[in-house]
Ligand binder design. Structure first.
Ligand code: URA
Length: 243
């Protein structure tokens, strides 16, 4: 694939560093450095290569990653997956500047405010659709803590597929239940409907008290991320989603 190029002012503008005039001013005062040399002419076109953050500094700090980012967040309880609702939002964990990026960074699917665990974010629309499309069968694995002991029949009901959630017409695809204790289960689904896991357990007469996402595809929530922590996904981690 041909390496994309961009004007420095346009590139930095799309990464939230400021308006074109602010970036021009920053260039003039030596605030933009590429390969150790001050980049004063911000109309210059440069190759946008993945190694740019290690070669370019803005205001003395490494450039943010250019478009094509995938982030892994260990979503804590109480944060909403929304750009504009009131209260604590998952986007609040990112640097302010990242909210002004174009293309914008969005969550890959959503987790409820009261669900914790593995949440992916990206500015890559194709990747987002590949992960959430039910046709791709990317597994989403949840650990559920239940209000009442399991009856023993839930696994068969979920595995058969065809369950119709309240208020919907379209039956669910088969899902896999692993019983961990009388009130704990691991549920693997390949769809992403609204409050899906909670509504599945409600459909079999139970109630989810706590819900945590452990895995998306072959990507397990990394052990180095505590609640609220995030980092860029490595190439291998992105591949693992589809493994
Ligand atoms: N199912 C739910 O009920 N909630 C989530 O956050 C994810 C799946």
């Amino acid at each position: 694939m041909k390496t994309p190029t961009a004007r420095v002012d346009k590139l930095l503008g799309s990464m939230g560093y400021g308006s074109r005039s602010e970036i021009a001013r920053l260039g003039k005062v030596g605030g933009i450095v590429l390969d150790g040399v001050d980049l004063t002419d911000v109309s210059k076109r440069i190759a946008v290569t993945p190694d740019l953050p290690s070669r370019m500094q803005v205001d003395g700090r490494p450039l943010d990653p250019p478009a094509g980012v995938v982030l892994i967040l260990n979503k804590p309880l109480g944060m909403t997956c929304s750009h504009k609702e009131d209260g604590d939002l998952v986007y609040d964990v990112l640097p302010d500047r990242w909210r002004r990026r174009d293309p914008a960074i969005s969550t890959i699917g959503r987790l409820d405010k009261q669900t914790s665990g593995l949440l992916l974010l990206t500015d890559d629309g194709d990747l987002l659709h590949r992960v959430i499309s039910p046709k791709r069968h990317v597994a989403k694995v949840y650990h559920a803590t239940l209000a009442r002991p399991l009856a023993g029949t839930e696994g068969d009901v979920f595995a058969a597929g065809g369950l119709v959630l309240e208020g919907e017409d379209k039956p669910l695809a088969p899902a896999e239940l692993e019983v961990l204790s009388p009130t704990e289960a691991r549920l693997t689904v390949t769809e992403g409907r609204y409050h899906m896991v909670r509504r599945m357990f409600a459909a079999v007469g139970n109630h989810v008290e706590a819900l945590h996402r452990e895995r998306v595809g072959g990507l397990v929530l990394p052990a180095d991320l505590g609640p609220g922590d995030w980092r860029l996904a490595t190439g291998a981690e992105v591949e693992a989603i589809f493994a």
